[in-house]
Design a protein around this ligand. Structure first.
Ligand SMILES: Nc1ncnc2c1ncn2[C@@H]1O[C@H](COP(=O)(O)OP(=O)(O)OP(=O)(O)O)[C@@H](O)[C@H]1O
Length: 526
């Protein structure tokens, strides 16, 4: 049986991310369990700090009118009681026993301070404790006889001690495939469309989606969900749109359609579909959002699941489908248009040409770049994450329209995933981007190979007026780094995000009724 503190480490690790490993879970402190996943702990927490998340319940004495203990065995001297209590607390065997009952040093100390106060400050001690103290003081007992009473007190203070086994079971996150019994009861087929950007992966998955009786498209961005929603309805397949911000029905009367396009976090796991598409599956590794891809992959109730994304995610998906017992078919694609890295950097915004997109990683850069270009009399479309979806779509449409006078786009990497924009040349204004590190802290770092390829891949999109895409940097000193990034293979994906289900959180709350929601979340997530 895992120790209390270790169990929590293991839960926390599982909540943050799980790492692929052929045969075992390795917890950093060395404990090993059999499974297909390797868990990693983010943000070190020692035992006591995890225990400190359990907020103690105050134990009050409820004295009877008559002091039965005193009537039976006489008055107790408080300083004698203190000596017995100190001896009890210093006893090594007692410490060991308490540890076995789930009280680590931190909880033992908390419980001891409270129990001592309870015994010394109570007007009338409960009769059983009074009698035990009396026996010990008269030599008819030993200080270890206090153990059951101390443990009873500790359990009143820390109710989780009474339901450790249940909590252990609830927080065993090693088999996420089993959390979705309805999906497990189906015979799902998983097809991975693997390839670089602009290779037709999503196109082929969508063709199947459009001919299905029902389907769900799960995308990484509201803009992409919108693009699929519009495409479906234009092609005569009624499709609804569900994102965190909006819900639109193809039917003006508001009746749900057989097809739905949604952002991945909004995916329904209770509706059965013929076909599901999970786009940009490599996002499964994302520390903040990856859980939504894992949940969709393991839980969607669809006969056919089409995954689109980088080939680097194939091995991880294969491991996941082994845990669900499902077949995986991999279809490989090649880029449909060529992409060339230019030999010189842009150097100045005066050199911007029609069809150029300048990608920036900060809003300040977006403002200064777009203002400078506009000041020279040229129209600019601007897209960044914080804009309302309607505005982003209008800006993308303005830039894509061959008859529009707006030929330049300034955007953040919000356009970096899957969007079909009519870009001739992608110009990286910088290669440094704020990222969230493993500890959840923000730091500045060079963009990853995967992001560089994704962003650059927006140029020379198949089916647009630009047959060939071009890429360069704004600063000459960045060009060499960009060339290295674009000639590298994306890092293999070895981890997937994981998050407990609402049912698991609810069960936790049921077992720890005195915990506030924020306290529960702290215990679960840290
Ligand atoms: N066989 C095809 N016939 C017509 N158009 C196609 C075909 N294959 C791809 N396209 C078009 O080419 C563009 C890029 O294709 P798609 O979006 O499927 O690429 P992708 O591999 O999913 O790229 P990304 O990873 O960047 O999303 C789209 O506009 C798509 O409609």
């Amino acid at each position: 049986m895992l120790q209390n503190s270790r169990r929590f480490r293991y839960l926390c690790a599982a909540l943050q991310s799980f790492h692929l490993n052929s045969s075992h879970i390795t917890i950093r402190n060395g404990a090993k369990c059999t499974s297909a996943f390797q868990f990693q702990i983010r943000g070190k927490k020692d035992d006591s700090s995890i225990s400190s998340l359990f907020i103690p319940v105050q134990v009050k004495s409820t004295p009877d009118d008559i002091n039965v203990g005193e009537e039976l065995t006489g008055t107790l001297n408080k300083s004698d009681l203190l000596k017995v209590l100190n001896k009890f607390y210093q006893n090594r065997e007692i410490k060991h026993l308490l540890m076995e009952n789930g009280l680590d040093n931190y909880l033992q100390h908390q419980a001891y301070v409270s129990f001592r106060r309870f015994c010394l400050e109570a007007q009338n001690l409960p009769v059983d404790i009074h009698v035990v103290f009396s026996d010990i003081l008269q030599g008819a007992g030993n200080e270890t006889d206090l153990f059951p009473y101390f443990l009873r007190h500790a359990k009143l203070m820390f109710p989780h001690l009474d339901c450790m086994d249940d909590l252990r079971k609830i927080s065993d996150l090693r088999s996420p495939a089993n959390w979705y019994p309805q999906a497990r009861a189906m015979n799902r087929k998983v097809i991975f469309h693997a390839g670089p950007t602009n290779s037709g992966k999503t196109y082929h998955a969508l063709e199947r989606f459009l001919t299905a009786k029902s389907g769900v498209y799960c995308g990484p961005l509201k803009l992409l969900a919108n693009e699929v929603f519009n495409k479906c309805n234009t092609r005569g397949t009624p499709c609804d749109l569900v994102t965190g911000e909006e819900r639109s029905y193809a039917d003006p009367a508001g009746n749900p359609s057989g097809h739905v396009s949604c952002t991945v976090e909004m995916t329904s796991l209770s509706n059965p579909y013929e076909v599901a598409i999970i786009d940009e599956i490599q996002m499964i590794k994302d520390p903040q959002r990856g859980w939504a891809w894992t949940r969709a992959l393991l839980g969607i109730m669809a006969e056919e699941i089409h995954l689109c994304g980088e080939a680097g995610a194939v091995d991880l998906v294969r491991q996941l489908t082994l845990t669900t017992g499902e077949d995986l078919e991999v279809r490989h694609y090649k880029r449909l248009t060529s992409l060339k890295v230019e030999d010189s950097a842009l150097g100045s915004l005066d050199n911007v040409l029609p069809g150029d997109c300048i990608v920036c990683f900060s809003k300040n850069d977006i403002y200064s770049v777009s203002r400078t270009i506009e000041a020279s009399g040229r129209e600019v479309a601007v897209i960044y994450g914080g804009l309302p979806p309607g505005t982003k779509l209008a800006q993308a449409a303005k830039f894509n329209d061959p008859d529009s006078s707006c030929k330049i786009l300034v955007a953040t990497d919000a356009i970096g995933m899957g969007l079909n924009l009519s870009i001739r040349r992608m110009i990286f204004y910088s290669l440094i981007k704020p990222i969230m590190n493993e500890k959840g802290e923000k730091e500045m770092d060079t963009i990853s190979v995967s992001s560089a390829l994704q962003i650059a891949g927006r140029a020379g999109r198949y089916g647009t007026q630009w047959e060939t895409g071009y890429v360069t940097t704004f600063k000459p000193e960045d060009l060499k780094t960009l060339k290295v990034l674009l000639s590298s293979q994306p890092e293999p994906i070895t981890q997937a995000g994981l998050h407990p289900t609402a049912d698991q959180i609810e069960l936790y709350a049921y077992h720890l009724p005195n915990s506030t929601l924020s306290n529960l979340m702290q215990i679960l997530i840290i």
